[in-house]
Design a protein around this ligand. Structure first.
Ligand code: UDX
Length: 441
């Protein structure tokens, strides 16, 4: 099938490559010339495990190409929209300018599909009501809209796209059109559906809400355990043992109960804010008032770490050198949007003598940015050398594997704050370190 993917960022680039991997003929469109040039050569413009191989293979096979020209979407049967919906700085609402621009740019090129049906499949996370408004805007072209939200996690994006745990189709109201659109998407995703992936069919509004409510729930789960970590700290209890115990209740589940310096990234923080704004517009703002607390708890965990670091360094705080391990918002990604780790590094850089940051993938991105308030180390050893305190901010495997005895020989003072509760506290203590986790005895 001929498919276009509009927007080639974290979501679109992976989706385009994955659709080509399924055997379709795919064109990815993006307004960013540099990104298109890199992708056209099979080079991933960001770090995502498995993506370079997927791009290389499918570009070489001639099934996948990228362009800045919208006219090249002509004749495709399905157009996926995967552009970003960032947060508006003032209101916190979702900024739909990229979605709107994509739809406007597509309109002149719709109505040329040879397959007799043309579908715009929205994947971006949008405020409820967006699909309906796009459907109205494109109605005269004969194209139909389906809302097909994406649940991929960075770091697992390829796997999540090719082996999702569910597919959601938000279909048009007209039953005849709905069934035709559904069949078309089933054809696109045939191998995934054949593998037994649950495919859930619903209306536009529900499909839009599935995505944002999933992210709101995940954020709530993280802030819940971080609130419990604060209680554990105050009561002398251990949040990792607590999470393990409550997580064995199937109704609760152990995943997303890792206490630490909080959630970041391009999705959870902005989505919970946009969701609150949309609920207010719908006159039910009170129903999501708890998300303000979720956001607040996420901020307070960072303040807690600042407090801990001040306490541990005491009078030496302002003259200290702090090594921050991790800058990306999570491991296996170089994405630093709303990164708690980077935020803390920036904070400490204003208050202590020097800060050095090390991140296996985000480090080179930081170095390319230049003009930073901290140093960027090439290696873990370089970061540790001479440090008065080490803060683990992103739980990359290479950090979890650090030998505490080796590290002890490099630092000035053996103090480690494990901002992700990812280290074996007993091993670090045995090597003579003062170890502090989040909500851990
Ligand atoms: C998220 C959703 O998981 C995904 O389904 C959606 O499509 C996009 O948003 P992502 O932003 O890639 O994915 O990251 P995720 O793995 O959800 O982690 C988000 C943040 O929460 C990270 O900063 C992570 O470190 C933090 N986190 C996660 C915790 O602090 N504790 C946990 O237990 C889990």
């Amino acid at each position: 099938m001929r498919i276009s993917v509009i927007g080639c960022g974290y979501l679109g680039a992976v989706h385009a490559a994955a659709m080509a991997e399924l055997g379709h003929e795919v064109v990815g469109v993006d307004v960013d010339r540099a990104k298109v040039e890199a992708l056209s050569q099979g080079i991933a413009p960001f770090y995502e495990p498995g993506l370079p191989q997927l791009l290389e293979r499918n570009v070489a096979a001639g099934r996948l190409r990228f362009t800045t020209h919208y006219e090249e979407i002509r004749g495709c049967s399905v157009h996926f929209i995967g552009v970003g919906t960032p947060q508006m700085s003032q209101s916190g609402a979702a900024d739909l300018r990229f979605v709107d621009a994509a739809v406007e740019a597509m309109i002149p090129h719709l109505g040329f599909s040879e397959s007799g049906i043309e579908v715009i499949a929205g994947k971006s996370t949008v405020p409820v009501g967006t699909a309906q408004s796009i459907a109205q805007r494109v109605a005269s072209t004969g194209a139909f809209v389906v809302w097909n939200p994406e649940f991929l996690r960075e770091g697992f994006a390829v796997k999540d796209t090719l082996e999702p745990d569910r597919m959601v189709y938000g279909l048009p109201e007209d039953p005849e059109i709905a069934i035709r659109a559904q069949r078309l998407l089933d054809e696109v995703y045939e191998p995934i559906i054949d593998a037994g992936t649950p495919r859930l069919v619903m209306d536009y509004a529900t499909a839009e809400l599935v995505k944002i409510s999933a992210n709101a729930f995940l954020a709530t789960k993280i802030s819940f355990i971080n609130a419990m970590a604060q209680i554990c700290d105050a009561a002398g209890a251990d949040v990792t043992a607590l999470a393990g115990a409550i997580g064995l209740d199937e109704r609760i589940g152990r995943r997303f109960l890792r206490a630490g310096i909080g959630f970041g990234g391009g999705c959870l923080p902005k989505d919970i804010r946009a969701f609150q704004v949309r609920a207010q517009e719908l006159g039910v703002g009170d129903s999501l008032a708890f998300l303000r607390e979720v956001d607040r708890v996420n901020d307070t965990v960072r303040l807690g770490v600042i407090h801990t670091v001040r306490e541990l360094l005491g009078a030496d705080y302002s003259s200290a050198r702090i090594a921050v391990l991790g800058a990306a918002f999570k491991p296996d990604s170089d994405d630093m949007r709303n990164s708690p780790s980077l935020d803390l590094a920036r904070h400490f850089a204003q208050e202590v003598a020097s800060v050095i940051v090390m991140d296996p993938e985000a480090g080179p991105v930081l170095r390319a940015q230049g003009e930073l308030p901290f140093e960027v180390a090439q290696t873990i050893d370089e970061a540790l050398t001479g440090a008065d305190l080490v803060l683990l901010g992103t739980e990359w495997a290479v950090f979890r594997q650090i030998d505490p005895t080796h590290a002890a020989a490099l630092v000035k003072r053996k103090i480690i704050v494990d901002g992700r509760n990812a280290l074996r506290a007993t091993s670090w203590k045995a090597a003579g370190w003062t170890y502090r986790g989040i909500g851990r005895r």
